[in-house]
Design a protein around this ligand. Structure first.
Ligand code: NDP
Length: 293
């Protein structure tokens, strides 16, 4: 069996067309150009590159963008006051704090200071809490005006738009970070999957992975998940971004696993391109909610 690709490049490109229509509608109906402010401190290469990618995307889509690039030695108080200023700026609709932050700055103090309404990467406790509280799909609508982190939201979108059945399926997620693994578990639980969330202390990880109908990897270890960890016919979502001899590879050994799985995300070209598009989707949602108040 050679697995069908869950192609994030193709889907994100189709979604960008949908977003362009929504951008035009927001400009026409509300008279505003949605603006994102990216705050970063220091020169971590991955963080700089992600911030630049967001800027390029905004320029291409004719969205407004502000980069707040602060020096490595910025203090917590100065960073906090920058966030508070952006919260209060009516021209800014979404704020993204790039991690890692410099040593000595407590990330949770900064994310707690974000306005939940502008927290388009879903890291404020009000947003993570709402996701944890969310009713399963098919039950009462509950509160829906919260933001979900862009990376797991993109993974879920790839599954849903490829028609992958989630209801009643066993989903195993490897990695429990607050920006990928944990929210992915909450999203799949809300879709009525039965979820097992694994981490570095999980005993007999390969045996647990082998049970999965849907296997998600968010670890940060190159090609850790091999074909013998995967149930034949499973759907595999790889969030990992690792470099081996300067080549980007996922947490999943793609070559081997594609022979066992029924569907799989490639790296690159799977979950990565979806992150950017889901962040923009959240920005547009934030701009609409703020414009309609
Ligand atoms: P973190 O480092 O924050 O979390 C890694 C998780 O993996 C932790 O829960 C850790 O367990 C677990 N883990 C580490 N080693 C093992 C092991 N040997 N067995 C089982 N579990 C293990 O990473 P992130 O969630 O931020 O990122 C994960 C991957 O996703 C990275 O490659 C990152 O680059 C990528 N990423 C991709 C994005 C995209 O757009 N596609 C966006 C963001 C990240 P424990 O909690 O016990 O320490």
């Amino acid at each position: 069996m050679t697995a069908q690709l869950l192609d994030g490049r193709a889907l994100s490109s189709a979604m960008r067309k949908e977003l362009d229509a929504e951008i035009a509608a927001i400009k026409a109906e509300l008279g505003v150009t949605p603006k994102i402010a990216v705050v970063r401190a220091g020169e971590d290469p991955a963080s700089v590159s992600y911030a630049n990618a967001i800027q390029r995307t905004c320029e291409l889509r004719k969205l407004a963008f502000e980069m707040h690039a602060l020096p490595e030695e910025v203090g917590e108080a100065e960073l906090l006051s920058r966030v508070v200023r952006l919260n209060e700026d009516p021209g800014v609709h979404g704020i993204m704090i790039q991690e890692p932050l410099p040593k000595g700055i407590r990330a949770e103090v900064i994310t707690d200071a974000l306005s939940p309404a502008k927290d388009i990467d879903g890291v404020h406790p009000a947003n993570t809490g709402r996701l944890a509280q969310a009713e399963p799909v098919g039950r009462s609508a509950g509160v829906s005006d919260f933001f979900v982190p862009a990376t797991p939201a993109g993974g879920l979108e790839l599954l849903k738009r490829h028609g992958v059945a989630l209801n009643g399926k066993l989903a195993v997620i490897v990695g429990r970070s607050r920006i990928v693994g944990k929210p992915m578990a909450m999203l799949l639980l809300r879709e009525n999957a039965t979820v097992i969330l694994c981490h570095s202390r999980t005993a007999d990880l390969p045996a647990i992975c082998r049970q999965a109908d849907i296997l998600c990897a968010a670890v940060g270890r190159a090609k850790m998940i091999t074909a013998d960890w995967v149930k034949p016919g499973a759907v595999v979502v790889d969030f990992g971004v690792n470099f081996q001899n300067e080549v980007m590879v996922g947490d999943v050994d793609f070559e081997g696993v594609q022979e066992v799985a029924s569907m799989i995300t490639p790296v690159p070209g799977g979950t990565g391109p979806m992150t950017n598009v889901m962040l923009l989707k959240n920005l547009l949602e934030a701009a609409r909610r703020q414009g309609q108040k």
